[in-house]
Write a protein that binds this ligand. Sequence first.
Ligand code: SF4
Length: 306
Amino acid sequence: MIRLSYGTAVKMGLRRGKMLAEPTTAYIMLGERCYSNCSFCAQARSRRKEGYLSRVLWLPYPKEVLRELKGFARVCFQTLDYPEVLEDLLSLIPLIPENIPISVSIVPLKKEEMQLLQDKIDTISFALDAANEELFDRVKGRGVGNRFTWEMVWKALKEALTIFPNVNTHLIVGLGESDEDLYRVMKKLRDMHISVALFSYTPLFGGDYPDVGRYRAVQVMRHLLYRGYDDFAVFENGKLVEIRAPKKEEEALERGLPFLTSGCPGCNRPFYNERPGGTIYNYPYLPNSGKIKTILEQLRSYLRKI
Ligand code: SF4
């Protein structure tokens, strides 16, 4: 058995339901019980929310439905941490129609384990989630009884660059990091040719969403870094106060490009973090002009100058 995200199941016609935005990637969750305990996750072993990952409900289906995948730009396996995960992946990947590129988001693997996936997937993702080491230890390392360390994820990311065409990581905004932490870690990842998918912290068990103006500013930083710019950000005590956006990028800002879901090509993760009808952090489609006006106001409310 596998689990498909609600939107994936509806788009495949396996379930009747409404979608406010169609997923462009098919999202598949593997594993029924996670051995890890990350503080922000719906599947943390100490307080599971059955069938959920972030805000998304995942529905069980027999694995054969994977043969029916069509109309998706990508397939993404989002895997829980459990002993048979690689074995399961290796048995499921051959069911995916050949023309669809595959991403796998998984706990840090050893090089020999990565080699088993080589030539079968085009992108691997090892999530840092936290933007600095101390925070990592607190939310997904020793602090919550996990075996993961900051070095372990970086080592896996570096090794993956020698094995896979694309390497990705996930970063969560709102875990307690500074804006400058996010800038530094994204700059390092950009320099290493590792793509970043931004997520907003999703309060499943308490806490708050990050300030939306702050999230917009982080989206603009990511956008400018990956367009090859440096030194456009002014910080005061770790807080971003000014973005000196190059003239050439103003059009991209006004079209809303930095505010689209980031990550692997073809991944739009509709409503992964946000309630439909609530504030949208990652736009799964290009925002219209009214929404862009609001987005730019949110951005300006956080910064002294842009
Ligand atoms: S960015 Fe999207 S497709 Fe890539 S690993 Fe993350 S969720 Fe999957």
